[in-house]
Design a protein around this ligand. Structure first.
Ligand code: SF4
Length: 196
């Protein structure tokens, strides 16, 4: 495929089991203007940080993994602040027969009147909305960190029953001697245990 659209990304995990249903290709989109108090990803706030990729490059990477993944998860940062390239990638992911999960700090009810969002939501199976609210910290539900966040099932692919099959979990990786963590849970406690 050819697309001139570009997207700034902080990091990519080609296979992870803790960022949505099944094994997923996960994209941490760079840039977020919401600035939740207690955000664990403040390094992703700067919209000029990370690295620029073409949409074609990202779709190519996903395509190489398509046999081994259930879908793609967009998180950040704030995926909706780069909504056009995210939509283009999501469209190709659906064409591959894979699922799409998008996290956003914005609220679904406010997004529904936005025409760009209406285009994106055609290609999204699960949307998880809402800011991280420190005072509502809660890891009892899968993949989310605070109790105000909501799951929206926007296609027939999944429904609420999927939530009882998963729990919030971490993955710990060693990358060239550096420890990398992803998933959801009490990162501060984990870092103390691991002496990071
Ligand atoms: S929306 Fe997400 S990335 Fe943005 S500040 Fe809130 S928790 Fe952090």
């Amino acid at each position: 495929m050819r697309s001139n659209l570009k997207i700034r990304i902080n990091s990519i995990l080609q296979k992870t089991n803790v960022e949505g249903p099944g094994t997923r290709f996960c994209i941490w989109v760079q840039g977020c203007s919401i600035h939740c108090v207690g955000c664990a990803n403040s390094a992703l706030w700067d919209k000029n940080g990370g690295k620029e990729y073409s949409v074609s490059e990202i779709v190519g990477m996903i395509n190489c993994n398509r046999q081994e993944i259930e879908g793609v998860t967009f998180l950040g940062g704030e995926p909706l602040e780069q909504i056009k390239p995210v939509t283009e990638i999501a469209k190709h992911v659906q064409q591959m027969g894979l699922s799409v999960l998008v996290f956003t700090g914005y609220e679904y009810n406010q997004l529904k009147s936005n025409s760009d969002f209406c285009e994106l939501e055609k290609f999204v199976d699960i949307l998880i909305d809402g800011k991280y609210e420190k005072d509502k910290r809660d890891f009892s539900r899968p993949w989310v960190g605070s109790s105000n966040q909501n799951y929206y099932f926007l296609s027939d692919r999944y429904d609420e029953s999927i939530l009882s099959k998963y729990r919030s979990k971490f993955e710990i990786r060693l990358n060239n001697g550096e420890v990398a963590l992803n998933g959801m849970g009490d990162f501060e406690k984990l870092k103390k245990v691991l002496k990071l």
